[in-house]
Design a protein around this ligand. Structure first.
Ligand code: C2E
Ligand code: CA
Ligand code: CA
Length: 647
């Protein structure tokens, strides 16, 4: 910018920057009443001392008129000194202030110049002194409005300097030079001050902008850290922090909130059959359905996978809780549209009940989990409230987990074997290894109990490895045509490296890989279909066989059979139990047999307990069976009979 333009700029009201205008108004608004007050007092002092020398119009009327306007302006500014104006209103106000400063500058200067000649030397000095000090005071008050300050300075100092110079006396010339020097210095200070003020305003603005960017980033971070991006529901972290806060607030004997867990039934199947993007659509829809039921006291969160959490921040009666559970289950079981298909799912709910206030958040969660477990086991698609019976179960589970962790697994775990029997040749074709645990403290613990707990605590890896070692050692003693059937849990095939470790154990043993069959349940496969398929392929590559265990207890059983490299299907014993009374069971078994034949798979029927069941099954075309009729699980030493003999 050229210097002329810069000088012009210094004398023009800059209204382009709203923030600067606002700050100017705020800063000088409070000083203006002071300015007028000083002006009035100083003017009256000069007027009074000139009463005796100057005519009335000059000593009384003009100063009185000027002072009256000043008083009006002073009172007005006093009352509005704290207001905040919009930019549109502030700009005219600034301009008005500028014009008033010019007007008063001209008015008071003219008055002083007219008054100057009337008095003797002292009074003349007083006028000059009045003008010099008052203008300095006014300029300081107008510092924030540079245009007004500089214009006022120019008018007053300019006209007085010219006037004094024109008077010609050396003392006046000296005063003029003095005034000019002070005026220029003052102008320079005003300029510097204003520049600093403007840059302060702009750095404050930059600071605010960067603060708001930081705030936005921190808000985004907070959102990302607390919201599940797929469903838009609060996430696990947010759920637990709310739960912790509520637990802390609980007063009296019991907590004043309810907590529930929802687990979707059949979600994995949707994921596997229709693909992950369809699974995501279902989860979003679940999120929407839950949100539709949310109110200020009901809070839903997605805890991960197909698990959701509920917190109710008030106490509900048993009936109310029941009704809410039913409504939730009913909403969740409505059909889901995934692309062109319709998926049927349901939701099972476990309520923690009203836990005592002393119970920790982890325990509240465990209660809901225990109730959910019961629901998943026997009452899918319904809501189950935690009860005393569940409490025992939770206690027992944590006791078993504790003992299992401390156990000497190599010494305490052992195996029993159950024959898998070919009814046509009347010989055992294989033995299924069934894990057993005799704990020094708990005694004999049921396999389904300790296996489930080992799975939850991830001790299953060691359990499986210990049992596999033992099973392979035994199988090495059997005739080569008898195979070993060994149960794997979901976690054992949850990653390829994990499966690899087990296969290394097989390959390092004296039992040929071809003689080892691994049994995997359908639920194990549905946990993570892709990982399971990769692990099963590896098992097959090594030469082991794979059996699908408990067939018929899952959901979409048939959809897995041709997508995974199974060799054998084991029909669950629940079909056999009623085969001689329920015609439907017979039909199902028959169709599974046909399926196996078409796909070239072996078929084993489990849980054959009676002769009549055996006959019925034989008539249906079954040949390989397993069950108490042929032999209960037994210690390895008792197997010789089956290895050699025809029953
Ligand atoms: P499963 O794999 O279905 O094993 C068959 C279960 O049915 C065994 O129960 C067996 O004793 C029982 N059973 C066999 N024949 C009959 C019969 O005619 N009638 C009746 N009512 N039951 C019969 P067990 O030994 O209590 O094992 C229960 C479950 O625990 C097993 O079911 C399996 O899922 C799991 N399990 C057992 N050992 C292991 C293991 O070493 N690893 C893993 N991952 N799971 C195991
Ligand atoms: Ca099995
Ligand atoms: Ca089975």
């Amino acid at each position: 910018m050229g210097s002329v333009a810069r000088i012009r700029g210094a004398f023009t009201v800059d209204s382009t920057d709203p923030e600067l205008v606002r700050s100017q108004m705020q800063a000088f608004g409070r000083q203006i009443p002071l300015l007028y007050f000083m002006l009035v007092v100083n003017t009256m002092a000069v007027a009074i001392t000139h009463l005796a020398y100057a005519p009335a119009w000059l000593a009384i009327h003009i100063p009185a008129a000027l002072c009256t306007v000043c008083v009006f302006r002073c009172v007005r500014w006093w009352f509005v000194r704290h207001r905040t104006l919009t930019h549109e209103k502030a700009v005219p106000e600034l301009r008005k202030t500028f014009w008033f400063a010019c007007g008063f500058g001209v008015g008071f200067t003219t008055w002083s110049l007219l008054l100057f000649p009337y008095g003797p030397a002292y009074e003349q000095c007083q006028v000059a002194f009045y003008m010099a000090t008052t203008v300095v005071g006014c300029v300081f008050c107008l510092m924030h409005l540079r245009t007004a300050a500089l214009t006022l300075l120019t008018i007053v100092i300019g006209s007085f300097t010219i006037f004094l110079l024109a008077a010609g006396r050396p003392v006046f010339v000296a005063m003029a030079a003095d005034m000019l020097f002070v005026g220029v210095t003052l102008a320079f200070i005003v300029h510097l001050y204003y520049r600093n003020f403007a840059s302060l305003v702009s750095s404050k603005r930059e600071l605010l902008v960067s603060q708001s960017v930081t705030q936005k980033l921190s808000d985004d971070n907070f959102r990302l850290a607390n919201i599940d991006s797929l469903t838009g529901l609060p996430n696990r972290r947010s759920f637990f922090s709310s739960l912790n806060a509520l637990a802390e607030q609980s007063t009296g004997g019991v907590a004043n909130f309810h907590m529930g867990l929802i687990d979707l039934d059949g979600f994995k199947q949707v994921n596997d059959i229709y693909g992950h993007s369809s699974g995501d659509l279902v989860l979003k829809e679940v999120g929407n359905r839950l949100l539709a039921l949310a109110d200020p006291t009901i809070f839903f969160a997605r805890l991960g996978g197909d698990e959701f959490g509920i917190i109710i921040q008030r106490r509900l009666g048993e009936d109310e809780l029941d009704r809410l559970g039913q409504t939730l289950c009913e909403r969740l079981s409505r059909p889901y549209t995934v692309g062109e298909n319709t998926a049927e799912l349901s939701g099972t709910i476990g309520w923690a009940g009203l836990p005592p206030a002393s119970v920790s958040v982890a325990e509240v969660f465990e209660r809901a989990d225990a109730a959910l477990y019961v629901g998943k086991e026997s009452r899918r698609g319904t809501a189950v409230v935690f009860s005393a019976e569940h409490e025992n179960r939770v206690r027992r589970a944590s006791l078993v987990a504790q003992e299992l962790k401390a156990a000497n697994l190599d010494a305490e775990l052992y195996l029993e074997f159950q024959p898998i029997y070919d009814v046509a040749t009347r010989t055992a074709v294989g033995f299924e290894a069934l894990g057993r645990w005799r704990s020094p403290k708990l005694g004999q613990v049921r396999p389904d109990e300790f296996i489930r707990i080992a799975e939850r605590t991830d001790l299953i890896r060691v359990v499986t490895e210990v049992l596999l070692h033992k099973a392979l050692n035994e199988a090495a003693n059997w005739p080569p045509h008898i195979y070993l059937s060994f149960n794997l849990s979901a976690l054992d095939i949850s990653s390829v490296p994990r499966a690899r470790r087990l296969l290394d154990i097989v390959q390092a043993s004296a039992t040929l890989a071809e003689r080892v069959h691994f049994e995997i349940t359908e639920t194990a496969v549905t946990r993570d279909f892709r990982q399971a398929r990769a692990s099963l392929s590896l098992i097959k590559q090594v030469g082991c066989q794979v059996s699908l265990d408990d067939f018929g207890t899952g959901y979409s059983s048939l959809s897995y059979v041709h997508r995974l490299p199974f060799d054998t299907i084991k029909i669950d014993r629940s079909f056999v139990a009623e085969v001689d009374t329920d015609v439907a069971c017979g039909k199902i078994i028959k169709s599974v047999m046909d399926l196996c034949r078409n796909l070239g798979l072996e078929c084993v029927v489990e849980g054959v307990e009676t002769e009549s069941q055996c006959e019925m099954l034989t008539a249906l075309g079954c040949r390989v069976m397993q069950g108490y009729l042929f032999g209960k699980p037994m210690p390895a030493e008792a197997l010789q009979f089956f290895q050699a003999n025809v029953v």
